[in-house]
Ligand binder design. Structure first.
Ligand SMILES: [Zn+2]
Length: 68
């Protein structure tokens, strides 16, 4: 069974109780898919050249990248 913990900043963190002991419990905050092999079908929709700003920053800007 999965539970949700709330951090002070409001971030929600799912966890599971992996073990119940006499005086404590073991909580697992790993993602439920952690350690599993994942397979994705991907459709490439567009290819473009990196901008000079992206090259100088070393990362992508815009949708799916940095917005700064
Ligand atoms: Zn940047």
């Amino acid at each position: 069974m999965q539970y949700i913990a709330s951090a002070p900043d409001g971030t929600k963190m799912p966890f599971t109780i992996s073990e119940v002991r006499d005086e404590d419990i073991v909580i697992d905050f790993n993602h439920p898919l952690a350690g599993k092999d994942l397979t994705f079908d991907v459709e490439l929709l567009n290819v473009r050249d990196a901008t000079s700003e992206e090259i100088s920053h070393g990362h992508v800007h815009g949708v799916g990248g940095q917005n700064h």
